[in-house]
Design a protein around this ligand. Structure first.
Ligand code: EPZ
Length: 433
């Protein structure tokens, strides 16, 4: 397994290009199952999660290839509606295959997704929605068996205790586009990734109104055609570089960063004393010299609220901000795996339920740390660059699930981050990896 060796020291200088959004590309790949026609998908990030998704699509009978220009061509003209356990268990997001299988094949067999480090990942809202659309669902041997031969449009409510469900909305959308009649999805997620999926479905011939709102109206059609679609830029990757520049100081242009997808972050950074410049609809310029940062309070919420996927990164920034900041998770109350690792680097953070109370310290110190969920991994790497001396980060496979070439992009901005084989770990760390 590979590791990162980081020598502390900012600032970050230069231009970084954001890749396609993982959380849009996954449901977009799943949506190619809705038709027997060819689909071409562009701007797909090179991530292990997407490689898993390609493996699953192929195992179900789809032909998938990447051409020399980097476009992915998918055609599911024959389709076995069974998603194999040994592949699905590697990536819980494969649950977003359930909707298109039910829509296209009126049946689905898919392994129940595993848990993960950020907390319980229930799918009760997905199952409740499909049952309301007339599906019969059995759970047997860790598999979900869905019988959707009576799939019927209806009114659904997708709001749960923690707000709307993103992949739940994707699943209901992809079942509804080929269902009989009209489906109204109330409390639908309106994340930009869902908007991107809707735009692709419309290109395929789906009839969807209310795109971008919390209420979607879908009129089912008999068949969908192929399409060409380019995945939108990853707002979480963009936000990670914006926070990194705020944390390390410097002067960075983030290309692909869409301010309309990042307003909650930009608003909080403004309060903290970091004033990002919106250079265009797709470029954000961040400059920070020695301005004193101010502490902020953050509560994570579904879009357009502050994204849970940027909470760990903000925790790192606030760890170096004088004063007390409180970061509260309303989406994943347990999503604080980064806290004990940041504490190993000298951060002063105490936990109160679903809130991290962060007292800024003068500096962080390098230490051997363990990556866990992919956003926590990014936070630890930024902290390592901000810290004095050396930081080793193990289990960086978590990072590679969601950040394309993170180390190379950081080196391009002047950071000293090396990707090394695990054998390079100092002896005293070998046993831990
Ligand atoms: C998506 O996960 C993203 N993943 C997550 O990104 C992201 O953190 C999350 O949305 C929230 O924005 C993908 O899109 C592949 P949810 P998803 O269903 O769809 C509860 C990353 O780092 N809930 O919107 O699985 C759930 O427990 C990943 O890129 C139910 O209670 O999240 C959570 O508390 C991590 N019942 C909240 O809703 C359900 O049936 C939001 O979950 C479904 C969800």
């Amino acid at each position: 397994m590979e590791v990162f060796r980081i020598h502390g020291g900012g600032p970050l200088e230069g231009v970084v290009e954001v890749s396609g959004a993982k959380n849009a590309a996954l449901p977009i790949f799943a949506a190619t199952l809705l038709t027997d026609q060819p689909c071409r998908i562009d701007n797909v990030p090179d991530l292990s999660d997407l490689r898993f998704m390609v493996e699953i699509l192929e195992s179900m009978g789809a032909s998938v290839d990447q051409d020399e220009a980097g476009s992915w061509n998918v055609q599911a003209n024959k389709l076995n509606p069974v998603a194999p356990y040994e592949l699905v268990r590697k990536m819980r997001a494969s649950i977003c295959l359930m909707g298109p299988l039910v829509g296209r094949c009126k049946q689905a067999e898919i392994s129940l997704p595993g848990g993960c480090v950020i907390g319980p990942r229930p799918i009760d809202l997905h199952l409740r929605g499909l049952r309301k659309m007339g599906c019969a669902i059995d759970i047997e041997g860790g598999y979900l068996r869905v019988d959707g031969k009576h799939l019927q449009g209806t009114r659904l409510f997708l709001g749960g205790r923690h707000g709307s469900t993103v992949t739940g909305t994707a699943n209901m959308l992809m079942a509804a586009v080929l269902a009989d009649g009209e489906t109204i999805i109330d409390s639908a997620a309106c994340e930009p990734e869902i908007v991107d999926l809707c735009q692709m479905l419309v290109k395929m011939g789906a009839q969807i109104d209310g795109i971008g709102s919390h209420e979607l109206h879908i009129r089912g059609v008999d068949k969908l055609g192929g399409c060409t679609h380019s995945v939108l830029p990853d707002r979480i990757e963009a936000g990670t570089y914006i926070i990194g520049t705020a944390m390390l100081g410097g002067n960075v242009r983030i290309q692909g960063a869409r301010d309309r997808h990042l307003n909650a972050l930009l608003d909080k950074l403004d309060d903290a004393g970091v004033h990002a410049i919106i250079e265009s609809s797709d470029v954000i310029h961040v400059r920070r010299n020695s301005e004193q940062l101010r502490p902020v309070d953050i509560i994570t919420l579904p879009f357009p609220g502050f994204p849970t996927d940027l909470q760990a990164q903000m925790c790192g920034l606030m760890a170096l901000t004088p004063g007390l900041s409180i970061l509260t998770e309303r989406v994943y109350p347990h999503r604080f795996m980064h806290v004990p690792e940041l504490q190993r680097m000298g951060a002063d953070i105490s936990m109160e339920g679903a809130s991290a109370i962060v007292k800024g310290v003068d500096h962080l110190s390098g230490a051997p740390v363990m990556a866990s969920d992919l956003r926590a991994s990014a936070a630890l790497i930024l902290a390592g660059i901000a810290a004095r001396d050396e930081t080793w980060v193990q289990r960086i496979y978590h990072l590679d699930r969601g950040y394309e070439n993170f180390d190379a992009k950081l080196r391009g901005l002047g950071a000293n981050v090396e990707r090394l084989p695990g054998s390079e770990l100092p002896n005293f760390l070998q046993v831990e990896s």
